[in-house]
Design a protein around this ligand. Structure first.
Ligand code: ADP
Length: 162
């Protein structure tokens, strides 16, 4: 059975991420949702905040554990004895990005396989980036993220009136 890492920045974790992980663990067996601490893009939440929110989401999901890592994903995957990376695909642009990343990874190791799963229809338009934009503009994102993520985004992104 595979030991699979689902890596990402999870800034914050959305129902799209959660759905993918839950469907992934059913077919892949052991799944480690791994929060990348040192991502190149600017994040709203600190690594510890992102890890805390992800942990709360998966605390009672059988087969799923949560971890975080620094550095290259493939190095982390090998360091914990895993052999597979799960990533989600929503759009053609995801496919282009993911295929380039997969081929780059393959340059560094041939021992790690990448598995791609299509998003579920209802989450196909969800991205953490646009969720943050909606919150900043005062919109309701309760259908997109768990309550904790929504509260924390609101605290960071919306100014309270005096
Ligand atoms: P990264 O910064 O590494 O791209 P993200 O946290 O944005 O990390 O996403 C992690 C993974 O989850 C990526 O493979 C991404 O394609 C996938 N993903 C993000 N949103 C969704 C969604 N709505 N449905 C399915 N997969 C998703």
């Amino acid at each position: 059975m595979a030991k699979t890492v689902y890596p990402g920045s999870f800034d914050p974790i959305s129902y799209g991420h959660i759905d993918l992980a839950k469907r992934g663990v059913k077919i892949l067996g052991e799944l480690i949702v791994a929060v990348a601490r040192n991502v190149t893009k600017t994040t709203l939440f600190s690594p510890d905040e992102r890890v805390e929110m992800v942990r709360k989401v998966f605390c009672d999901v059988p087969g799923v554990t949560v971890d975080s890592y620094d550095g290259m994903t493939v190095d982390y995957v090998r360091s914990i004895g895993a052999d597979t990376i799960l990533r989600g695909i929503r759009t053609i642009s995801d496919f282009e990005y993911e295929s380039q990343m997969a081929l780059t990874n393959r340059h560094f190791t041939k021992d790690v396989e990448m598995v791609f799963m299509m998003t579920s229809n209802e989450y196909s338009f969800l991205s953490s980036h646009f969720i943050k934009e909606v919150v900043a503009l005062g919109g309701d994102v309760s259908a997109f993220v768990p309550a904790l993520g929504e509260e924390r985004m609101k605290a960071k992104l919306t100014k309270q009136s005096p």
